[in-house]
Design a protein around this ligand. Structure first.
Ligand code: ADP
Length: 300
């Protein structure tokens, strides 16, 4: 299946400062693409370039296999819904009035707007003023406004930012439902955990560069979990393994970044030195741990 969005060598400079550098995005059809990176890493700038809101300094963008050019822009952008600046909508109008505005602006049928409202589960609140909505409801209205035109691709910039756990859960569920319905969702967050379980593909950005792009499984496969050696003499074991960067961990000794061969080498070294070992294990890893490995301990 052709990817819904690809970029080749996408660049953005402000003055001499590169904020997005040689980005090769690959967003497969029907996925939730989690676009992760710390604040200031270039996520918004990238999304705005995809939406033609910011002009790239260099590189190419393809949407649904077609190059984004002046001649194709209008048509391709018509297939993309987005929520970039938040909170969306006019606060003094009701949800229904906001939806009606979008409907008229885009020349849509009322049913299309109402279907979008049902998708985000906002039917019961349509006649309240948007300024009285919770932040989560405002975000859902924004997503409904983006969905009304029935886009193939939905681009959401930090839709979970500032939401309480229930609001975050609601958005996660919504993104998964949309992907199940065949919408390709690209969603950014500066918090690894917020999108982690929802995203099927991850793109991790640091300082405008792609640090990793692929599935969660591929990400985990690139990282080596710490080895924990359980011993009756952790003090001596620690001394004997100092050159491998060992650290104490309760009654165990923790060793980072050892592959299986190096682990065998360390264990036989300890055995030769008559240290009693009663367990050797690999630690379990969170996405944060893996990411720490990837960024050489900088984290997000
Ligand atoms: P993120 O969305 O990951 O937080 P942004 O794309 O908003 O990151 O910003 C990336 C970098 O580009 C930041 O250092 C930001 O200050 C800078 N930047 C964004 N927009 C502009 C602009 N219009 N002019 C100059 N610098 C900008």
């Amino acid at each position: 299946m052709p990817p819904m969005i690809t970029t080749h060598g996408l660049n953005k400079k402000y003055g001499n400062r590169a904020v997005v550098e040689n980005l090769d995005l690959h967003v497969p059809e029907g996925c939730v693409y989690g676009f992760l990176g710390p604040n200031g890493s270039g996520k918004s700038t990238t999304m705005k370039m995809l939406l033609s809101l910011v002009r790239p300094t260099g590189g190419e963008i393809h949407v649904m296999g077609r190059p984004m050019r002046r001649s194709t822009r209008r048509e391709l952008l018509g297939r993309i819904g987005s929520l970039i600046e938040t909170p969306p909508g006019y606060g003094h109008l009701t949800g229904r009035e906001n939806m009606r505005l979008v409907q008229r602006l885009l020349g849509l049928a009322e049913e299309q707007a109402m279907r979008a409202v049902r998708t985000v589960r906002l039917q019961a609140h349509l006649d309240r003023r948007v300024r009285d909505y919770s932040l989560g409801m405002k975000q859902r209205l924004g997503i409904a406004m983006a969905l009304a035109r029935e886009p193939r691709i939905l681009i959401l910039d930090e839709p979970t930012n500032g939401l309480d756990p229930a609001g975050i859960d609601e958005i996660r569920g919504l993104l998964t439902r949309l992907a199940d319905d065949g919408v390709t969702v690209m969603v950014s967050s500066h918090l690894l955990g917020e999108i982690d379980r929802t995203a099927t593909v991850l793109g991790i950005l640091g300082n405008g560069r792609m640090l990793f792009q692929g599935t969660r499984e591929q990400l985990f496969a690139r990282s080596t979990p710490d080895v924990l050696i359980d011993t009756t003499d952790p003090g001596r074991a620690l001394d004997l393994t100092a050159r491998w960067g060992s650290a104490p961990d309760g009654t165990a000794v923790r060793l980072p970044g050892l592959d299986d061969g190096a682990t065998a080498h360390v264990v036989s070294h300890l055995v030769r030195e008559h240290v009693d070992i009663h367990g050797v294990r690999r630690d379990t890893q969170s996405l944060e741990d893996v990411f720490m490995d990837l960024t050489g301990g900088q984290g997000l």
